[in-house]
Design a protein around this ligand. Structure first.
Ligand SMILES: Cc1cc2nc3c(=O)[nH]c(=O)nc-3n(C[C@H](O)[C@H](O)[C@H](O)COP(=O)(O)O)c2cc1C
Length: 362
């Protein structure tokens, strides 16, 4: 574990924010997946910074260069390696952070963990930059999932307290998700999107940041996928999404709201419709006993407000142990949520493909 995850489809992510490159090796991919480079680039662009007013002005040039594992446009089945070069880094913005850790970033914990040898520039291996290779891996895995008609899509359900329309968790359709992932600002309701952008702008003006919730859905997952206990779909998807920097929690179906339901309200009635077993409601998010029941799988993750804010904060100097006031320089998003949407979708696709391949259902 660490920067490697997966049972049969395993990804190994490497790199530091201001090193030469970041990248991923995907091991155990089925052979014969058609690689659509334009589709991969489109996913990478959705994550890339500097595209809009609500994002940082930092330009990361997210272009994935495939090094191996693809021949004549199809996966070979041997390790697929892709690297993304780092451009436009401003390491001088991080000089201060070596001895004065940013509150609630990984500067202090990472430096203790690695005995001070870690690369502090841009957050090193703990940077959001490391989500670029995740999005690449996810885009490849999505192309494999599409051959099984399985689609993954997400949106910003909430930013700075402003809420989007939620998914219809019973009738979520592939075409709806496909349209959603093409949206510039990842919301269902444009009006909610405008309120969210205003909340982000207000936080930026206050030299602060805002967090929110990403809602993600997976459709056409056949019933019977997943294992009990430690191999359950909640565990496999949950481990992946909680690996994404800044994600602090995940809930499936109605999640924490279930605490206030009775069994008669939370149970999803089983019905037979159009020649297949369905449930009339989907409070349990398409998963029972860790195993898919054929309904859309729906979950939400909470994304914390960006830790690196320009507002003065309290820290200490690790060398002198004296209290210090920290004013963070550098270009940071006042809100990570819109850029986290494609990352959450991506790691979900990786987890699901791994479950499919591990259970010989691919
Ligand atoms: C797409 C994306 C971009 C991010 N960009 C930033 C950033 O610009 N500044 C920052 O402080 N944190 C950013 N983060 C979050 C940090 O990497 C994360 O908060 C840090 O590694 C500490 O980990 P934790 O929040 O999971 O505890 C980003 C996260 C994601 C998913």
């Amino acid at each position: 574990m660490g920067s490697i995850i997966g049972e049969r489809v395993r990804i190994s992510v490497y790199g530091e924010s201001h090193g030469k490159s970041v990248g991923v090796v995907i091991d155990g991919l089925p052979s014969g997946i058609r690689i659509d480079a334009d589709d991969i680039a489109a996913h990478m662009q959705r994550r890339a910074p500097g595209r809009a007013a609500w994002s940082t002005t930092r330009r990361e040039g997210d272009v994935a260069e495939i090094q191996s594992g693809v021949y004549r446009g199809y996966t070979t089945g041997t390790p697929l390696c892709a690297l993304i070069q780092n451009f436009g880094t401003r390491s001088e913005d991080y000089e201060d952070l070596k001895s004065r850790p940013r509150p609630s970033h990984a500067d202090y914990t990472g430096s203790v963990r690695y005995g001070g040898y870690g690369d502090p520039r841009g957050g090193g291996h703990f940077s959001g930059r490391l989500t670029a290779p995740l999005v690449f891996a996810g885009a490849v895995c999505m192309q494999a999932l599409h051959t099984h008609e399985i689609f993954v899509g997400g949106h910003a359900l909430e930013i700075g307290g402003e809420r989007d329309t939620g998914f219809d968790d019973v009738r979520l359709e592939p075409e709806f998700l496909r349209r959603l992932v093409r949206r510039e600002f990842p919301v269902i309701s444009d009006e909610a999107g405008e309120r969210m952008k205003a909340a982000i702008e207000a936080a930026r003006r206050d030299l602060d940041s805002v967090g929110g919730i990403v809602e993600c859905g997976i459709v056409n997952v056949p019933a019977g996928l997943g294992d009990p206990m430690f191999g359950g779909l909640e565990v496999r998807i949950g481990a992946m999404v909680l690996s994404v920097p800044a994600i602090k929690g995940v809930e499936f179906g109605d999640g924490f709201a279930i605490a206030r339901s009775r069994g008669s309200q939370n149970n999803d009635p089983i019905v037979y419709r159009d020649g297949a077993v369905h449930t009339a409601t989907n409070h349990n998010g398409g998963i029972d006993g860790g195993i898919s029941n054929g309904m859309p799988i729906v979950f939400r993750v909470v994304v914390k407000p960006t830790a690196s804010i320009p507002k003065a904060q309290q820290t200490i100097d690790l060398e002198t142990k004296e209290a210090e006031t920290l004013v963070i320089k550098g270009r940071h998003d006042p809100c990570i949520v819109p850029r986290a949407v494609p990352v959450v979708e991506a790691v979900t696709a990786v987890a699901l493909l791994d479950v499919l391949v591990s259970s010989s259902k691919y």
